[in-house]
Ligand binder design. Structure first.
Ligand code: HEC
Length: 496
């Protein structure tokens, strides 16, 4: 081969070799001859060769020295690394505090171990399958030297017979045992019908036309997403762009606080559906919604007399008492001291049962099932208090004398409107259930009226908290049951 370089910059493009010898192509007339020739060539020490036939020929693989594929080992190796990657990643992320500079995320779920084999199998399995599939697909392409866009053999007219009735053996010039002087003779000896040298044209750099077309098409398609994004930048949409399930989202309707639609009935012209243009209809003046009549004011407020009306008119909001100008102490309303009785509420065993059930649902979490103020929420909150992570007001013991002595109406009001830091329960609990709870609270108080418990100093004290000892001498035998109880807790009396 000549290696000539032009020093004249004005001359034609550098004149290197215009073609390179790739190998020699021999045609045989029968498959048996082809196999035979392959055998001989192999025995002559030639390794870089390939046979072409229109159909699979038995015995040709060993004849040209094709060994078993290495693909399975490649797939095994990649699959195993998939196993280690998946296991390792899960371990690093879930069971360690940090992975190098990155923080780990040890996340405790239901007290399960941070790393356990069974839990990590699915991800590992998936990663192994995925990596093996890729290794198989890409590996078989790579081992076969694909994709290959051109082959000099395709420029040889005779070679077209390879898909029809030609049996070809191609011996590559790169083979160390390729001897350009003797190869022709050898092939003829082995039965070649015709021989042809195969050259690679080094001056032809043209891409196949379809490649250029596909490239241009792909480029055009790639501009679409940014174009769509750019277009949507200035757009606003009231509906999701993709609305797979229409439900009843586009029905003809008007919503509560919107303008009523214009409608036409029969041949009429379109006109507003309602004269006031509002889609929502207000309450009809002078009427009461079915089941909403709250004429029994004492029942709904826990307050007897005229004040009850005031509380009701406040829309069920907290009863606001006006402080007395003289002593600053807010005037207490006239609380009901007796349980109400109507078609919704009666004092009986059934109501008591209902009250207990509601109490256990709504109140026990804070006040405890016995009402001593030791519910689970309260206990937890006190723990947080001690840690400085909450500021919680102790849920009061319902056996505290300040509560025991309260009239039923006042306890009802506490449930309805809340008190101090306790929230209101009027929206969760119906009035009749509130009264049932009051009934149960009263029963709870009675049940512990003369119970005793050990205090911190190991002394047995009454569960029911007594008022502080009076500073002045107590009046003897007051008619008021409260005072009696306060002074003589061991007495079994003190019922409401
Ligand atoms: C989220 C916790 C919590 C729940 C639930 C709860 N309470 Fe309370 N309750 C409190 C706290 C806290 C206080 C003390 C409020 C204060 O002193 O500021 C209290 C105080 C009370 C008082 C005394 C009010 C007074 O006059 O001092 C009564 C009575 C009472 N609750 C009854 C109930 C009843 C009945 C229920 C169930 C409907 C209930 N509570 C549900 C936390 C709760």
């Amino acid at each position: 081969m000549t290696q000539s370089t032009s020093h004249n910059s004005h001359s034609a493009p550098a004149t290197g070799p215009t073609s390179r010898l790739v190998g020699i192509l021999a045609e045989f007339s029968t498959p048996d001859q082809l196999v035979d020739a392959c055998d001989q060539a192999r025995q002559a020490g030639i390794r870089r060769m390939d046979a072409y036939s229109p159909f699979p020929v038995h015995g040709i693989d060993p004849a040209i020295g094709i060994t078993r594929t290495r693909l399975p080992f490649l797939v095994l190796a990649v699959g195993l690394s998939g196993l280690f990657v998946a296991m390792g990643l899960q371990y690093a992320v879930n069971a360690t505090d940090s992975i190098g500079p990155f923080p780990g995320y040890p996340f405790l779920i239901s007290g399960k171990p941070l790393f356990s084999l069974p839990a990590n199998i699915p991800v590992t399995f998936e990663v192994i399958v995925l990596s093996s599939a890729f290794a198989t697909f890409l590996g078989s392409l790579a081992l076969n030297g694909l994709p290959k866009f051109a082959n000099p053999l395709h420029r040889i007219a005779r070679f077209r017979k390879a898909t029809n009735n030609g049996f070809f053996l191609m011996i590559e010039a790169e083979d160390p045992n390729y001897n350009p002087r003797t190869i022709r003779n050898q092939l003829e000896q082995w039965g070649a019908q015709s021989l042809e040298e195969v050259h690679l044209d080094l001056t032809d750099h043209k891409l196949p036309s379809f490649v250029r077309m596909v490239f241009v098409l792909l480029l055009a398609v790639c501009t679409l997403p940014p174009a769509i994004l750019y277009r949507s930048l200035g757009e606003s949409n009231t509906v999701p762009r993709l609305h797979f399930n229409p439900d009843m989202d586009w029905q003809y309707k008007s919503q509560a606080q919107q303008v009523a639609p214009d409608i036409a009935v029969g041949d009429e012209e379109e006109r507003p559906m309602f004269r006031d243009l509002r889609a929502m209809r207000g309450e009809v003046p002078g009427t009461v919604i079915r089941g909403q009549l709250r004429d029994d004011r004492a029942f709904y407020t826990g307050i007897s007399g005229a004040e009850a009306g005031l509380a009701l008119n406040a829309g069920g909001a907290s009863y606001v008492s006006i402080p007395n100008a003289q002593d600053e102490a807010p005037a207490e309303p006239d609380w009901l001291t007796q349980f109400p009785s109507n078609e919704k509420f009666a004092v009986n065993a059934q109501t008591m049962q209902r009250g207990k059930q509601r109490f256990d649902i709504y109140c026990a979490v804070c006040h405890g099932t016995t009402g001593e103020g030791n519910g689970m929420v309260n206990q937890r909150a006190l723990t947080l208090n001690a840690l400085g992570r909450a500021s919680w007001v102790n849920a009061k013991s319902l056996h505290d004398y300040t509560v025991v002595d309260q009239p039923v109406g006042r306890i009802y009001d506490t449930i309805t409107n809340g008190r101090g830091s306790m929230g209101p329960y009027r929206s969760q609990i119906t009035p009749e259930d509130r009264w049932a709870i009051v009934l149960y609270v009263k029963a709870l108080q009675d049940s512990l009226a003369d119970a005793v418990a050990e205090d911190e100093e190991g002394k047995w004290v009454p569960v029911r908290t007594t008022p502080p000892a009076p500073v002045t001498e107590a009046e003897p035998a007051a008619a008021d049951a409260t005072t009696t109880e306060a002074e003589t807790t061991e007495a079994s009396g003190g019922q409401n």
